[in-house]
Design a protein around this ligand. Sequence first.
Ligand code: C2E
Ligand code: CA
Ligand code: CA
Length: 576
Amino acid sequence: MTMDSLNRLDISAKHERDFRRTILIVDDEPVNLRLLGNILGDEYDIDFAQSADEAISIIQSEKDAISLVLLDLHMPGKSGFAVLDEMRADKDLHNIPVVVVTTDKDAEVESLHRGAVDFLGKPYDKPEVIKARIGRAIELFIDKTIIGATGIDRLTGLMTKDFFFQYCQEYDKFHPEQQVDALVVDLSKFHLINDLYGRNFGDSVLKAMAEGIRTIARTFGGVACRHDADCFYLYIEHQKDYEYLKKTLIDKLFEVMNTTKARLRIGVYPDLYRSCSLQQRFDRALQACNTLSRNAHDTEVAVYDNEMHEKELYEGHLLADIGAALENNQISVAFQPKYDIGGEQPVLCGSEALIRWKHPKFGYVQPDFFVPLFEENGQIKELDRFVWSETARQIRRWKDMYGLTVPVSVNVSRADIFAPDLLDFLSGIVAENGLENSDLSLEITETAYTDSVTSIVEVVNEIRSRGFKVAMDDFGKGYSSLNMLTNLPIDALKLDMGFIKDIAIDNKEMHIVEFILEVADFLGVPVIAEGVNTYEQYHLLKKAECDIIQGFYFSKPLTSAEFGSLIERNRGLIRC
Ligand code: C2E
Ligand code: CA
Ligand code: CA
């Protein structure tokens, strides 16, 4: 598809969504319905109602879709006024514009008083006049909702983030001497609350949070907003400690949750001298917030400190140096062996490609540290493609040297998945090296699935239909419902290392692993356990019929040369 046709597609999609609006025509006379329907049907979708009661019930159930109501005042039974009154009394409906149709001058005035925005005379005006007046009424209504939507968050009544930042700037202008705190308040695991108790309940939790946040903003002379779903920003006078603030929020949450399950993570950046920009202050508050575990048992507060500042500087260096790193061969790939433990003795059966960065000043930088950094700014795509290309070349070299194809899995970051040329790129590197698509498997982390289930399932289906294998990485770290798991298109499940850590000391952990193995067995997919460090862990996993193991117990990640020697030593034994 060319760029041009993509653009065209986009525009028409926007047109469909944005410009085709629905009008409800309320009239007891079928002939009038037909007449108005004919005049307006070209431009709008039309709904009909023939009585006040029917109209009210349609407006209530379709309130998000209806852009305007065209209302006849004279109907047998309840008149059109009843519809107007009902709409005005309901805060969800009173914004929908109503144009009344009547012959009676007094009724026109009366209906404007009761909330109608315009009227049409009977017999009907010219079609052009009707269309123009209706078009204008709808336009006015849209303007009003945009103003409402950009300034105030509909659910919580707090400011939206854009408005908030403007307001903070104003605040700074008028209070130049005031010492201030930027705060980020995050509700841990909010998606769980939504999933377990339903969206309505989730909304009431957010509203309660917002109330607490508003109280604090008022008490401490500041402003607040809802930044995204479950994350709030506060800009307030500097506090000596944050105990009162914490308690106010917890008490509010307790009112709705009536349980101590809900926890908050609060990050603070106190800027006593206004030394950095607003955005930077909130970034730092967020950084402080992110040092707190999402799994903590209590609400906690983290204040940005020196250590975090050092980390920020270090990250800055890494971000600046990555380009040179790629050019100067500082990036390489390590291969960690995987062993099939189904038989009498473990057999080498493949490996995982892992990125390595040897920085000239800092030495080896941990992928756990730099991968998330480049995931955030999108550069992970470039790094991953480097690793994939290098891996494909390496599989070829081993094939030439030892006459066998070692299956290697590569990590695919969330940022890679939706790249339109993902499959072309992968097929390209495989073809260039004379390999099959099935020689490469892709590890996609579980949390990517839980982020956006439907769209990812489509992509994964496509990847698999082209012959690549897909493993779900870090399984158990995110949270997939069993139901989702049964619908997922995958070839293997990689158990998160966190599970393996304690299986030899805690029976409960082992039971969980056994349960997952049963589920995988039911689904017919093999399980790879990684992070296996000890003989005890290996032994327990083997007993539980886990299929494949990757971990320091067998081998650390190796250079390509070391992995080559391993192949050599295992000749005849390898199941590749
Ligand atoms: P991961 O994909 O879960 O990779 C497994 C990590 O566990 C590797 O760390 C590996 O060295 C380590 N590991 C293996 N066996 C053991 C063990 O027995 N004990 C312990 N404690 N650790 C073990 P590494 O190479 O530091 O990578 C960390 C993470 O960085 C990876 O986790 C992955 O999320 C990411 N990563 C690594 N390479 C790439 C890459 O090329 N692309 C992307 N997008 N992410 C990568
Ligand atoms: Ca992995
Ligand atoms: Ca993993």
